[in-house]
Write a protein that binds this ligand. Sequence first.
Ligand code: ZN
Length: 296
Amino acid sequence: MPLFGGIEAGGTKFVCVVGSGPTRILARERFPTTTPQETLARVVDFFRPYADDLQALGVGSFGPVDLHPDSPTHGFITTTPKPGWQHTNVKGFLEDALHVPVMFETDVNAAAWGEHRWGAAQDVDTFVYVTVGTGIGGGAVVNGRLVHGLVHPEMGHMRVPHDWEADPFQGTCPFHGDCLEGLAAGPALAARWGMRGELLPDDHPAWDLEARYLGLAVANLVCVLSPQRIILGGGVMRRTTLFPRIRRVVQDVLAGYVRDPALEEQIEAYIVPPALGDDAGVLGALALAMDAPSQD
Ligand code: ZN
């Protein structure tokens, strides 16, 4: 039976699966991200028993990463702040060790691809997947294709209006301070309010502010890409009471200018959680492997 592998290569954990679809997963493992040597060796150990039947691997990786097929560093994690992982040749290492083609993507593009194949974006061809967790990142599918462009989208580092009087917090991004990620990712919540987001009650002012920033970002995405759907995932979005608040902010900010029922009476089907939940990334990586050109 032809088998495929999916790898969610995250900054804190790796998840690996072998199979050929969400209902056909033969094996699965997760382990913490340590050094590149140790972590990639565990990946190889996981896949080696299946190597004879493996057709391709897909990787959705934390980044920044090099996605240019013609680049000498294609398939590398490049200038990441994560210690030890700068300039790590993930794709080359796995191809050499397992002798299978490796499809390499950003973590959020992989998650978007998973939602397109099996999840909340099967019926649209232009949409955005944004994860709000330890960081904020976004992947985009436009006209049925993942967007790479110059490097790859870095939606988490867009600027959103920051009212310093209402929110004097300076932001946590080491590059920009108060970019979207600096203001609204999990570490920003924790630093601003002095406790982890999970511990803040639903009626805490943190959540209106969080919805404000995320709603501003979503409105920007609507204006730039005209997506047919926006999927919001990641640990912070497990706070499901954020969804109605974000939808309201988006409608307020757009002020009726962008006209479509999706932004009006159907907005609950427009800004949605990932249908694959926490598995969007690893299943998306599997979907990428299944799309790899055949080797025969
Ligand atoms: Zn930033």
